[in-house]
Structure formats: C-alpha cells, structure tokens
Write a protein that binds this ligand. Structure first.
Ligand SMILES: *[C@@H]1O[C@H](CO)[C@@H](O)[C@H](O)[C@H]1NC(C)=O
Ligand SMILES: *[C@@H]1O[C@H](CO)[C@@H](O)[C@H](O)[C@H]1NC(C)=O
Ligand SMILES: *[C@@H]1O[C@H](CO)[C@@H](O)[C@H](O)[C@H]1NC(C)=O
Length: 251
C-alpha cells in the first residue's frame, strides 16, 4: 500500500519534470521575474535586464539596441534639411533605471531612465540653422549627458496560438529632458571653410539647448520608435508568465 503511494508520487514527479522540460523556458536567464508589482522589485529586475537586453537576443529575433543602427534618418525642419546616414547610437545598456511602475488592471506601464547616449554618423545639412546658412557634409557626433527619458506605455493583453498570455503595446507617450549637456562635434558644416565651420560649431555648442530643441525631437522620436518596436518583438516572443509571477486580470 505504502509502496504504491510512493510509486505514484514518483511517477507524478517524473511526469511533472517531463512536462516541465516540454514547455522549455523562452525567457533568457537575465529576466528575473518579480512576485509583486512593487516598484522596488520592478526597478531591480529592469536594472538586471537592461545591459543584456540592449545587446539584442538573436534567438528571439530581438535586435540590438546598443548600438542601434540608424541607416538613414531625414529630418526636415523649417528652413533646413538634415540627413543622418550610417549612424550608430550607443550607451543604452548603461542607462540608470530611475523608476518602473506597472498597473496591471489599468494597462499602464511607466519607465524612467537616465542615460548617456552617443550618436555618431555621417550627415548632410542644407538650409539655415538659427542665423547661419549651412551647406555641410561630413561626420557628426552628438553626446547627450544625463538625459532623462520617461516612457508611458498603454499595454494590452492577448493570447498566442498556444493560449499563453502576452503583453502587447497599444500606444506610448514619452517625455525627454535633455539633461545636463549636449556636446556636438560636427565636421565640415561649411564645405571648404574650416574656420567658419569651427566658429559655427562653437556657437552651436554654446547654445546647445536651443539647437537641440530645434532638431532633437525627430531624433528622439526615431530612437524611441526603435526601442518600442524592439520591446514589442520581445513581448511577442516571451509570455507574461515568464516575465512576472503575478496573476493578470481577466480580459
Ligand atoms: C519570488 O519568490 C520565489 C519563491 O518564494 C523566490 O525564490 C524568488 O527569489 C522571488 N523573486 C523575487 C524577484 O523576489
Ligand atoms: C554620464 O556621464 C557623466 C559624465 O561622464 C557621469 O558623471 C554620469 O554618471 C553618467 N550617467 C549615467 C546615467 O551613466
Ligand atoms: C514612429 O512611429 C509612428 C507610428 O508607427 C510613426 O507615425 C512615426 O512617423 C514614427 N516616427 C519616426 C521618427 O520614425
């Protein structure tokens, strides 16, 4: 009698571990799911995940965010057209996580990070920037120091073909505080006139806040679009029960 029970228990355990192997974990090991939605745990989990997540997860089709490639980004502003090419943005893996909040019932997810970001690439610029007529083509580097990025994401839930629940991203809003300082290093703003190029570059750096307000927005929008679509790919691949050990509301 007693032996029979032991046998049944043993068979059950073997079955459980077998089932466990069958539904192999999809989430990478750097995902440390929280047992609650307390910000303290979410902040820590996000902190643990960012450096690895930013490298990309090829097995899940999630591209790298650090560096991330900007093939071509045309920016048409009143009076000037700037085009970035062969650009690379780096630094996201070192972002400091300031806050993370998840409201599962309200479908809201908030994230606030502080980042140093460097964007490097080729550019062309034709038109006027502030007071100066510009016709430049060369290399550019933009160094953004201690910027504060806030993401306010409206989520949804959906089931995949196996019936497992996933997060979806319905929409998002962002805030961007340019932070302490932005340093521009731009060569050849005026073709063939290095003295004027340097003078104007110096002017741009002395007035970095105004300059950035003029053309920073499209760059930030682009970068956040890339980030959000990367997050979407990740959430499509990994079910909620591997991200968070908290029951989600029925939907
Ligand atoms: C969640 O709870 C489990 C079991 O008590 C524990 O092993 C794990 O460390 C907890 N996770 C976190 C992130 O606190
Ligand atoms: C950004 O760089 C500055 C200056 O190098 C440094 O003091 C600061 O801690 C960095 N911030 C982050 C979020 O890494
Ligand atoms: C960002 O994505 C939205 C929606 O897909 C799109 O309308 C917008 O043009 C994109 N912005 C940039 C800068 O890529």
């Amino acid at each position: 009698m007693c032996e029979r029970i032991v046998l049944v228990v043993a068979v059950t355990l073997v079955t459980i571990s077998f089932v466990g192997d069958c539904t192999a974990k999809i989430a990478p090991d750097f995902i440390h799911p929280c047992n609650t939605t307390e910000p303290a745990c979410l902040i820590k989990a996000t902190r643990d995940a960012i450096p690895e997540f930013a490298k990309g997860i090829p097995s899940l089709g999630v591209p790298s965010l650090d560096p991330f490639v900007i093939d071509e980004l045309p920016i048409q502003l009143p009076g000037i057209k700037v085009t970035f090419r062969e650009g690379k943005a780096s630094g996201l893996r070192k972002c400091e996580v300031l806050n993370v909040e998840a409201f599962l019932e309200k479908n809201i997810f908030n994230l606030q990070v502080k980042c140093n970001i460097t964007i490097k690439g080729k550019y062309t610029a034709v038109g006027r920037l502030l007071l100066f007529p510009i016709n430049g083509e060369g290399e550019s580097k933009i160094k953004i120091i201690n910027s504060i990025i806030g993401l306010n994401i409206k989520t949804k839930y959906y089931k995949d073909s196996e019936g497992r629940d996933h997060f979806g991203i319905k929409s998002f809003k962002h805030t961007f505080d340019y932070g302490e300082r932005i340093i521009y290093t731009i060569t050849n703003l005026f073709k063939g006139n290095p003295e004027l190029s340097n003078t104007v570059l110096q002017f741009l750096n002395e007035n970095w806040r105004v300059v950035t307000e003029e053309f920073g927005q499209p760059v930030v929008d682009y970068a956040l679009n890339v980030t959000i679509s990367t997050a979407k790919q990740f959430f499509d691949a990994v079910p909620i029960d591997e991200l968070l050990y908290v029951p989600i509301p029925s939907y």
